[in-house]
Design a protein around this ligand. Structure first.
Ligand SMILES: N[C@@H](CCC(=O)N[C@@H](CS)C(=O)NCC(=O)O)C(=O)O
Length: 209
């Protein structure tokens, strides 16, 4: 098995935290995104989407999506469960995970990629070059503010994002908050519940992954 990673990138970090929570270690290859190694023919052979993370299994199968890689590890290594055990838990955790991803992670990506100097002409990940659109960076910042507000309200009622246990929804949310800081977007002091949860989630040893 081989895990294609980039230690500075948020998407593969979602998998790294997931693996750390489960105590699994996988042989890892670093892909140098700073020098566009993801766009080389050699890497596109591995993942035609030209993104990390990617996981190559021993039989040559490749899985090219962060949450799908987590689904695979959850199935072969169910403990501790991070995606729920009962039908209801699984559905609720998946729903929170998706909500955080759509309204949080993608909003930060919109803000960051349309603003960062180093990403000029690379406003979207993937094999095609897209120019940055400053108005999208502005919209992304607005969306991140709304996301923080709603996550704070959720965490006023619940210890963790999807309920009373740490799950993959917390992993996506933690990576989103840290990614937001890369776009100079901090959780405001007016969101005490989100700050309480962030301190809890970041104190876990897996957060260093
Ligand atoms: N399919 C992906 C997308 C992952 C993604 O966007 N990865 C970024 C790093 S965070 C990437 O590889 N970017 C390459 C680039 O910017 O060209 C997933 O696993 O969610």
């Amino acid at each position: 098995m081989k895990f294609f990673d980039c230690s500075s990138a948020p998407s593969p970090r979602r998998v790294r935290i997931f693996l750390a929570e489960k105590g699994i270690s996988v042989p890892t290859v670093q892909v140098d995104l700073r020098n566009n190694e993801q766009l080389t023919p050699a890497f596109r052979e591995i993942n035609p989407d030209a993104t990390v993370p990617a996981l190559e299994l021993d039989d040559g199968t490749r899985i090219n999506d962060a949450i799908s890689i987590c689904v695979y590890f959850e199935a072969i290594h169910p403990q501790p469960p991070l995606m729920g055990e009962t039908a209801k838990e699984k559905a609720l955790i998946a729903s929170w995970q998706r909500e955080v991803e759509r309204n949080g992670f993608y909003a930060v990506m919109e803000a960051f990629r349309n603003w960062a100097r180093g990403l000029k002409g690379r406003a979207l990940p993937g094999p095609y070059d897209y120019e940055q659109i400053p108005a999208l960076a502005e919209r992304g910042r607005l969306r991140v503010g709304h996301f923080f507000e709603r996550l704070d309200a959720r965490l006023a009622q619940s210890e963790y994002v999807a309920g009373d246990r740490y799950t993959v929804a917390d992993i996506t949310a933690l990576v989103t908050v840290d990614f937001a800081a890369m776009a100079k977007l901090q959780v405001p002091e007016s969101h005490p519940h989100l700050r309480r949860w962030y301190a809890l989630a970041s104190a876990r040893p897996s957060a260093k992954a």
